[in-house]
Design a protein around this ligand. Structure first.
Ligand code: TYM
Length: 328
């Protein structure tokens, strides 16, 4: 049986892009394979952040994923820094990672541009830690959105180099994408929906009126129509297809679009109403979870214990192969 690993940053405001591109897939896959899901707090330290509310954000990220359907009875949900072996393995993997590969990562280049005043080594080494997250559990399947595919290619390259240098140890992890692997920003359908762009996203915890307001502001036509569906309209249809469980509204509005009778406001309102419907139980469960921090703490502590047992077993093998740790 294969193993799944995936992670999410506790950067506040988990959004429908994260949900459609990754979390929904995690929830489905927890029934099929042994799975590990991680709130990656070490990764979130690569950009400026406020330490005084960091723990709260980590707890909220865990709560929203549980609310979205991760079941601690089936899956191991934990916080990255509770298993410090991730950072230890990252150091070792860094010694087989070519610098040039790190420098050509799109996400590094984007973030270095966004945070030009603080281009730190953590930002550059980010994909090494990501490889360590996955490889320490010997996971072979990684449900992610499209923006993480390049990092996974590098994780495979790192696994190959480690195996080539020290002997076969790690499987080469493959991404698992959904149909909504790249949800675009509502305000700018040429770029992906992102937590770092306010107004671009709907958070899973947004109240109904906020969801309606954000969709009303979605950009539909960006330029002269060429006969092709514009990126903004295509994005709204992708969202409608995902959130309209029965598919009736999606089919009706798609037909109206083909016949040239669709009013975009109808499409926006339909997306909003279906989203509200699907997100309501998630928001309710979320509110209950954050109101019971002890329960959340127990789930995360148990998750960390389970994860750490597996991580330590892998590290024993890594020490053996790399010649580390013997005091003789
Ligand atoms: P993060 O926190 O940015 O995003 C979490 C997941 O959501 C997906 N995603 C999207 N999918 C579709 N459309 C979008 N607009 C969109 N925005 C985000 C992401 O692809 C991701 O799957 N580096 C990772 C976290 C990580 C990780 C790992 C993932 C750390 N270690 C190991 C997998 C395996 C990240 O920043 O995700």
């Amino acid at each position: 049986m294969g193993r799944i690993f995936s992670g999410i940053q506790p950067t506040g405001g988990v959004h429908v892009g994260n949900y459609v591109g990754a979390i929904q897939n995690w929830v489905r896959m927890q029934d099929e394979m042994e799975s590990f899901f991680c709130i990656v707090d070490y990764h979130a330290m690569t950009v400026p952040y406020d330490p005084s509310d960091f723990r709260r954000r980590v707890r909220e990220a865990a709560a929203i994923n549980l609310a979205a359907g991760l079941d601690p009875a089936k899956t191991t949900l934990f916080v990255q820094s509770h298993v410090p072996e991730h950072a230890e393995l990252a150091w070792i993997l860094g010694c087989v990672t070519p610098l040039g590969e790190l420098q050509r990562m799109t996400q590094f280049k984007d973030k270095a541009r966004q945070h030009a005043e603080n281009v730190n080594a953590g930002l550059l080494n980010y994909p090494i830690l990501m490889a360590a997250d996955i490889l320490i559990y010997k996971a072979d399947t990684v449900p992610v959105g499209e923006d993480q595919v390049q990092h996974l290619e590098l994780a495979r390259e790192i696994a190959r180099r480690f195996n080539g240098t020290f002997g076969p140890t790690f499987p080469e992890p493959q991404p698992r994408l959904t149909a909504g692997a790249r949800i675009m920003a509502l305000t700018d359908p040429e770029s992906k929906m992102s937590k770092s762009v306010p107004g671009s996203y709907v958070a899973l915890t947004d109240p109904p009126d906020e969801i309606r307001r954000r969709l009303r502001r979605a950009v539909t036509d960006t330029g002269p129509t060429t006969g092709e569906m514009s990126p903004g309209v295509r994005n709204l249809f992708t969202l409608l297809e995902v959130f309209d469980a029965q598919g009736d509204t999606f089919r009706a509005l798609r037909r109206a679009y083909d016949e040239g009778t669709l009013r975009y406001v109808e499409l926006k309102d339909a997306v909003a109403e279906h989203m509200i419907e699907q997100l309501r139980p998630i928001r309710e469960r979320y509110e209950e979870l954050v109101a019971h921090p002890d329960r959340l703490r127990t789930i995360l502590a148990e998750g960390a214990d389970r994860a750490r047992r597996v991580a330590r077993t892998t590290m024993e093998e890594v020490y053996e192969r790399t010649g580390l740790r013997s005091r003789a």
